[in-house]
Design a binder for this molecule. Structure first.
Ligand SMILES: Cc1ncc(COP(=O)(O)O)c(C=O)c1O
Length: 439
């Protein structure tokens, strides 16, 4: 894994040059687009720091509509499209071990959109392949409907709720597989029974979503075990990895990350730069192996050069630039050191919790620590703004060790935990702070 770190000065030069290769509403004669630089009353040009490439890009407002890794795309913004391609290359080839140039992708609005895009692509890819083989035999439309009904989405119960949204939007059956309490990985016996039951109902294709850092626990699914099980069944399957949480830490910290593009069954990934990478919101990332994204090419997007293989439509070029700048400011060495520091702080927190006998879940190479609600009062959890698994009756409270969660905050939290006024046997009422339940 290697990508070069650039100085702020070099990045600024690079971006200013890229912007100069775009069409510019302020300098060029541009009459065909429903867009301009940012509003002159609210964002006067004189107030924009022209030496800062990000603010300049935000003001110039390039549109990154479409996909810039497949076929043609809008030539008027080619300057900054190149920057998006470079950030996607870093994600696909360096973080996730794709073969050189054997991937496509784009910067989406967030993890939710990237997950929807991923399952949309898998569904269409599977339908197209089979419909193209059998199209002459039957009406394509009816056959596509049959294929649609023969597909099931599989995920663990710890999946992000965006997967439920995709299943709803596409009207595809979704099976949630319960997890083992200690590992929070799918229970393989239940998974096996589910595949058999689905197959007996005519299901032929499984789109599997695996977690690289589940939302509540940071858990990472065991891809080898899942693939080994599916290979014993006569079904087709493809895997999408939801790495919205873990994508910018797990591959940088874990010495043995098996969730990568070298696995022939893994087709695509979601990453979120607006989580661990601290980029502005609106920076989900979708990357997929070559040969898949064209399954969702929308030919009706005829006014867009190269048409459109993304769910988004218009999207912010400045956001792509922000992600690129963060990746390039650190380089692979600096990025790994940053993540390692966060990981070590998470270790300190966990050791402190172990010392005071607190029950928690933590995936070894992640920065999420999820504390059993029986070990912490609601008032203390709320003092530190921990996030519950559900607001009405929490069983778990989550800590995410981010950049601002420094050693001082961790020490203060551990001190408060150790000095909570807890009598043995007290059960905390979910909504009543530290009031004991009366038997
Ligand atoms: C694992 C996972 N996937 C997807 C998402 C959705 O991301 P977004 O909120 O960017 O749409 C989240 C958000 O927390 C997540 O944790």
């Amino acid at each position: 894994m290697y990508w070069e770190a650039l100085s702020l000065e070099d990045m600024n030069k690079h971006i200013h040059l890229a912007l100069s290769h775009n069409v510019r509403y302020s300098d060029d004669t541009v009459m065909g687009y429903p867009a301009s630089f940012l509003d002159r009353v609210v964002f006067p040009k004189a107030e924009i720091d022209q030496s800062s490439s990000f603010w300049k890009a935000l003001w110039e407002n390039p549109n990154h509509i479409g996909c810039h890794t497949f076929g043609l795309s809008e030539s008027v913004f080619e300057g900054t499209h190149k920057i998006e391609r470079d950030l996607l290359r870093i994600c696909a080839e360096e973080l996730l071990q794709a073969k050189p140039q054997q991937w496509d992708g784009y910067v989406a609005s967030g993890g939710t959109e990237a997950n929807i895009q991923a399952l949309w692509v898998l569904r269409n890819y599977w339908e197209n392949i089979h419909a193209n083989i059998h199209a002459s035999a039957r009406s394509k439309r009816r056959y596509a409907q049959e294929l649609h009904n023969a597909m099931t989405i599989i995920s663990s119960e710890d999946r992000h709720y965006s997967i439920d949204k995709v299943a709803g939007i596409m009207n595809i059956h979704h099976e949630l597989i319960p997890v083992e309490e200690t590992t929070r990985r799918m229970n393989l016996e239940i998974l096996s029974n589910t595949i058999d039951a689905e197959t007996s109902e005519g299901v032929k294709f499984f789109a599997i979503v695996l977690n690289m850092g589940s939302t509540m626990y940071g858990s990472v699914d065991d891809v080898d075990a899942v693939v080994a099980l599916f290979e014993t069944k006569s079904v087709e399957f493809m895997i999408h990895v939801d790495a919205a949480f873990g994508g910018f830490i797990y591959p940088l910290v874990s010495p043995d990350n098996k969730l990568n593009f070298q696995n022939p069954n893994i087709i695509s990934f979601t990453l979120d730069a607006h989580k661990m990478l601290q980029a502005p919101y609106g920076t989900g990332i979708y990357v997929v192996k070559k040969g898949f994204i064209e399954s969702v090419l929308t030919k009706g997007a005829s006014y867009v050069q190269g048409q459109d293989c993304t769910l988004s439509g218009s999207r912010s070029g400045a956001n792509a630039i922000a992600v690129w700048m963060i990746l390039r400011a650190y380089g692979s060495k600096g990025g790994s050191a940053f993540c390692k520091d966060i990981w070590e702080r998470t270790n300190t927190l966990c050791q402190g919790l172990l010392d005071i006998d607190v029950s928690f879940f933590r995936e070894e190479y992640m920065n999420i620590v999820t504390i059993a609600s029986s070990c912490i009062s609601r008032s203390l959890a709320e003092k530190y703004h921990l996030v519950p698994n559900c607001h009405d009756n929490p069983k778990w409270w989550k800590i995410v060790v981010m950049d601002h969660v420094d050693k001082t905050v961790i020490s203060s939290f551990l001190f408060d935990m150790a000095h909570e006024d807890k009598d043995p046997g007290i059960v905390y009422l979910p909504n009543a702070g530290k009031k004991p339940l009366e038997n």
